[in-house]
Design a protein around this ligand. Structure first.
Ligand code: 0RA
Length: 652
């Protein structure tokens, strides 16, 4: 249409658009620099990037609904009912604002300083990156009674912004197809998107978010559909994460305030477990490495509780000091701050560096908690008693921990007797297999390549760390063996349980269990232990799950392994020449049913094995999952294990 006040130049390479092309080219050349990686994570990152923009519009107060669709071709649509990205002429760039947003790197925030771009930060590489990495993208804007549209391929506009219809509504619709020349993984995982959207709904209350997966048709003929909406935000988030745990106090304690221009929201709940679960966010990004906001929270919490406990006289009989950790045992909390110009540091750039935030959060929690404790004496006593219990247990734990570490130094190599170590010394090349049971352990010892593969058999079920008190954990034989075999230690420092990975003796730690329900339970127990006590091991990508085959299909002299039912069916037909006759199928239930050579060739030989790396996509959700799995409630555990019995994927 011609009545647009827009000079767009899809094919007219002015100096400006050459610059734009260079920008997009940079993104396509080094996509990982912009979105992390080009596999599953990066693929999902594209969606977060687009949704973030709509969340920003909602935070600015102009958008209530965000609808996400996964289409059958794995393309994505995000629809919001905000004001719509402006389409008028952008003076400086001499093209429509829409085209600038879609094609110029980091152009997102240039329009509206006050409200736009709070949720960005880490993800905030801008929708132009998504555009550059999409083989096709369509932007459709409902604004001023019109529907405007522009289409791009690999980020390049295929024509000017044009009017394609009229509309009473306002809003932005982005449809994109990730470029298969860029990505190595192409399939969206509905559970990953669903967890992130749930998280966003809790972090940004009163925004209605929906997820429709058009690849999945349900029994009633409709598409898979989920809606996320939270009226109480973090308060409901904490209740959700803590669902599997027994409460110590009835209500969730909440704070929503602003200190020195920094909005601070906190929700916290004490439960009867012994673990700390504090999840922190900056601009909707999970800061897994913590930072100044978390320091401020801890400082304020410790000081306020300590002062109350001192004043109440409850500590007079205590023979030793209380440490910071003691105040957080059994605490589940979510902390969310919004920072205008966040400085992200750390290995994964998820550690907040802005020093002013510490004081803001400290002040927020102190003021609020002080009032709460004064107004709720019964709850206050329960919390202080819990803190005293924690301090007492910590002393016992410290003794046990020191004993473990002293023993290591004293007893020769210090390595556990059950460990069949490898001969290489360079940790970079070494692997440790944690194997279920002594018998499978024995097979693995025979089958392995002893140069670089070490075997540690684990006897039966390992301790459920979710339920045990800390000193029990350090006293547990299997867990001590894992620590010493790995060569890592946990600080014996009063206030720090920091894991020291410096002495790590293996680059890959591979969990190998039977492919049955018991096996998956053991895998989950080991993972829970890693998740709670050796988190950085998972974070730095050292932990893997081995995948033994489920079937051996034989006909005559031909023998082949299969890992799924589908593979088995296909192979049965292939070998049987279209019929199933004459084909013998052996089903492996346990590792013990394979001999050493079979175990090596299917599960341990790096040339043929498949290892699944354990990653943490969503810490809050993984936290909840582990509590549910390892807690007292049997039903959710059974459900999870049944659903995941085959371990289709356990990306916790
Ligand atoms: C800049 C200015 C204005 C809206 C937006 C950006 C905007 C961006 C996105 C991205 C996805 N959905 C969005 N919705 C809005 C507002 C300009 C105005 O109307 O005053």
């Amino acid at each position: 249409m011609s009545d647009l006040p827009i000079k767009s130049n899809g094919n007219d390479y002015s100096a400006d658009s050459i610059q734009v092309l260079e920008g997009l080219e940079a993104v396509r050349k080094r996509p990982a620099m912009y979105i992390g990686d080009i596999s599953e994570r990066g693929l999902h990152h594209l969606v977060y990037e687009v949704v973030d923009n709509s969340i920003d519009e909602a935070l600015a107060g102009f958008c209530n609904n965000i609808n996400l669709f996964i289409h059958p071709d794995n393309s994505i649509t995000v629809i919001d009912d905000g004001r719509g990205i402006p389409v008028d002429l952008h003076e400086k760039e001499n093209k429509s604002a829409l085209e600038v947003v879609m094609t110029v790197l980091h152009a997102g925030g240039k329009f509206n300083k006050e409200s736009y771009k709070v949720s960005g930060g880490l993800h905030g590489v801008g929708v132009s990156c998504v555009n550059a990495l999409s083989s096709l993208l369509t932007a459709e804007i409902h604004r001023d009674g019109n529907i405007y549209q522009q289409i791009y391929k690999k980020g390049i506009p295929q024509g000017p912004v044009s009017i394609v219809g009229t509309s009473e509504k306002t809003g932005t619709t982005i449809h994109f197809l990730p470029d298969d020349e860029i990505f190595t993984v192409f399939e969206y995982k509905v559970e990953i998107l669903s967890e992130r959207i749930r998280e966003l709904a809790y972090l940004n209350k009163r925004i209605r978010l929906t997820l429709t997966d058009e690849r999945v048709i349900q029994e009633d003929g409709s598409f898979y559909f989920e809606e996320f909406y939270s009226t109480e935000g973090l308060k409901e988030f904490v209740a959700y994460v803590d669902e599997g745990r027994e409460k110590l106090i009835d209500e969730v304690i909440c704070i929503e305030t602003e200190k020195g221009d920094i909005p601070v929201e906190i929700a916290m709940q004490y439960n009867t477990t012994f673990n700390e679960h504090v999840h922190s966010y900056v601009n909707n990004i999970n800061t897994i490495e913590g930072g100044t906001h978390l320091l401020g929270f801890r400082r304020g919490l410790t000081r306020t509780l300590k002062r109350y406990a001192d004043d109440s006289g409850m500590l007079t009989k205590l023979k030793f000091d209380i440490a910071g950790d003691d105040f957080r045992e059994g605490l589940t909390a979510i902390l969310s701050v919004k920072v205008q110009e966040p400085q992200f540091e750390g290995q994964t750039k998820t550690k907040l560096g802005n020093s002013e935030v510490a004081a803001a959060v400290d002040q927020a929690i102190s003021e609020m908690l002080k009032n709460y404790l004064e107004e709720h004496p019964k709850e206050a006593r329960a919390i202080v008693n819990k803190v005293i219990l924690a301090a007492t247990a910590r002393h016992a734990a410290r003794k046990a921990r020191e004993l473990v570490q002293r023993k290591n130094v004293l007893s020769g190599s210090g390595l556990p007797g059950k460990l069949a170590d490898c001969s290489n010394n360079d940790p970079e090349t070494c692997e440790l297999y944690l194997v279920e049971g002594d018998s499978a352990g024995g097979t693995a010892k025979q089958g392995r390549d002893r140069q670089f593969q070490a075997i540690l058999p684990l006897r039966g079920k390992i301790l459920n760390v979710e339920k045990a008190m800390q000193h029990r954990i350090y006293e547990n034989e299997e867990i001590k063996n894992i620590f010493t075999a790995l060569g890592v230690s946990i600080g014996t420092d009063e206030d720090s349980k920091e894991v020291n990975l410096q002495g790590l003796r293996y680059n890959k730690i591979i969990i190998m269990t039977d492919a049955d329900v018991d096996g998956s339970h053991i895998t989950t127990l080991i993972l829970t232990f890693f998740f709670r006590y050796l988190h950085s091991l998972i974070e730095q990508g050292h932990v893997y799950i081995a995948t033994p085959p489920l079937f051996l299909v034989k006909k005559g002299k031909v023998e082949r392994y299969c890992w799924t039912d589908a593979e088995r069916e296909a192979l049965t037909l292939e070998l049987g020449g279209g019929k199933e006759g004459g084909v013998h199928i052996q089903r492996y239930k346990g590792l013990g049913e394979m001999n050493a050579e079979q175990l090596w060739s299917t599960t341990m030989n790096p040339e043929f094995r498949t290892l699944r790396q354990v990653t943490i996509d969503n810490a809050a959700s993984a936290d909840r999952t582990f509590s549910m799995l390892m807690g007292d409630e049997v039903a959710p555990r059974r459900e999870f294990i049944e659903k995941n019995a085959k371990y289709a994927k356990i990306d916790v």
